[in-house]
Write a protein that binds this ligand. Structure first.
Ligand SMILES: Cc1ncc(COP(=O)(O)O)c(C=O)c1O
Length: 457
């Protein structure tokens, strides 16, 4: 656990180190900067997705192999970013390369079902104990479809989501993802704040927002909209504001409250699925929802998503009451990669390896935090984990607002300047892969320890 004694770190020291690290970052990456300048002529903010736009400037990547990636300036990194949590198989895994190149020689797209889709759906049914599955191409599509299925099944329009949870970029759930302080409303009754211009108010109005880990608030939301709520969607362990664990019993109670009110519980397992346990959060926390949205790691690096659920709930597709479709759904390349990922790579040994690496990270980081009496703590969940820059556990978004983001930015710079690539942003999550070694994770620990020491100098 975190340090028993903690002392504050002077803000001026954090600022001084940040300036020095930013300078070092920029000096070493002229080619990335040049490409970014050119990119801005043809792409807003110089990136294909706004998530890739991060200070000091984006790093353009040239290639990846195993646990490593190389940028266009020739720097090698241990990859802890892993493509926002997709690459648990590691880069250019020989089995993925063989499966995808074998398939591409046989044709890359038919928009007809392929046998691998049956194999993958069966494996998802086994892991997540939900009998019926459909494929999508991203996490956004998976939560969009899950929501439409829930609305179709219940004949209701309203959805309840958790404040600060990100479920993809479609309108219904791009609500109060990172609401500004002056628009977020009171903690126990958060406002529904559209996270982007261009989202119709009429859509936002249908989304009720509640705090994570707060059953009374959920009960109240149901009472206020009695008979109108189709579903509650939760990310069982929040992974976009550091890692926020569910309180003991919270997920089961949330399901009970939903069911008592004639609504469904949807788990967004886009990040947790197949990474924190073979059967994701459903297995790790022992709670079965009515619908599960998956994406990211299940595709072994190809764009893939899936939505699965109860027989009767998914029956709305069978009965042609709800439309679920897409040109690239279950395409041969993705299904070949997914089959190999789920059936040949992410086996029991893979999860034992993630757990052993996580233990090494947790031990090494806890030691540094205790030694330098830092107000931080570490959470690891198999292939996922991160440092939270606050001594006390975070239970919801309002707690997260107390986390000092200047530490996570400094940590990002320290890691990046010393050969570890983290996901951009202040959230400080890492994703391990089957190809990571103990030396790889110790590099992260060494860099962190160096930062901890420098903060105390
Ligand atoms: C929990 C969760 N749900 C949904 C999504 C959306 O996934 P995608 O970016 O594949 O659309 C993300 C993306 O980070 C996510 O973290």
């Amino acid at each position: 656990m975190a340090a028993t004694t903690t002392r504050e770190v002077p803000t001026a020291r954090v600022a001084e180190l940040t300036l020095a690290e930013e300078e070092r970052f920029r000096k070493a990456r002229p080619r990335s900067h040049q490409l970014w300048t050119e990119a801005r002529e043809v792409m807003p903010r110089g990136v294909p997705s706004s998530f890739q736009d991060a200070a000091p400037h984006p790093i353009f990547v040239e290639r990846g192999q195993g646990s490593r990636v190389w940028d266009v300036d020739g720097h090698e990194y241990v990859d802890f970013h892993n493509g926002f949590g997709v690459m648990v198989v590691g880069h250019a895994h020989p089995k993925i390369v063989d499966a995808v190149s074998g398939q591409i020689r046989l044709g890359s797209h038919f928009a007809q079902p392929v046998e691998d889709a049956v194999v993958v759906a069966r494996e998802l049914a086994r892991r997540f104990r939900q009998p019926k599955w459909r494929f999508t191409n991203s996490g956004t599509e998976s939560t969009l479809d899950a929501l439409r299925i829930a609305r179709g099944f219940t004949g209701r329009d309203r959805v309840i989501k958790i404040e600060a949870s990100y479920h993809g970029h479609h309108d219904a759930l791009m609500v109060s993802v990172e609401p500004p302080a002056d628009r977020m409303g009171p903690p126990e009754r958060p406002a529904s704040f559209p996270q982007s211009e261009g989202i119709p108010a009429a859509i936002v109005e249908l989304t009720t927002v509640v705090p994570f880990n707060d059953i009374p608030a959920l009960e109240r939301a149901f009472a206020e909209h009695a008979g109108h709520v189709a579903a509650v969607i939760v990310e069982p362990a929040m992974m976009n504001v550091g890692i926020v664990l569910p309180d003991q019993g919270y997920l089961a109670q949330a399901r009970d409250v939903a069911h008592r009110n004639g609504a469904l519980l949807i788990f967004d397992e886009v990040k947790t699925g197949v990474t924190i346990a073979p059967g994701g959060a459903m297995e790790r926390f022992g709670v079965a929802p009515d619908l599960i949205a998956l994406a990211k790691a299940i595709g072994g690096g190809l764009p893939c998503g899936a939505v699965g659920g109860r027989d009767d709930v998914m029956g709305v597709i069978e009965e042609k009451r709800v439309a679920q479709m897409g040109t690239f759904n279950g395409n041969p390349l993705t299904m070949a990669a997914s089959r190999v990922t789920l059936l040949e790579i992410l086996d029991a040994n893979a999860y034992a390896h993630f757990d052993a690496l996580a233990e090494t990270l947790q031990g090494g980081l806890d030691e540094a935090i205790a030694r330098f009496e830092l107000p931080f703590h570490v959470i690891t969940l198999s292939a996922r984990g991160g440092v939270t820059y606050r001594a006390k556990r975070v239970r919801n978004y309002r707690d997260y607002l107390e986390v000092d983001k200047s530490f996570s930015y400094l940590s990002w710079l320290y890691q990046c300047n010393r050969g570890v690539l983290m996901a951009p942003g202040a959230e400080e999550n890492w994703t391990l892969s089957v190809q990571h070694s103990f030396d790889d994770v110790l590099r992260y620990v060494d860099n962190f320890t160096e930062m901890a020491r420098d903060l105390r100098e």
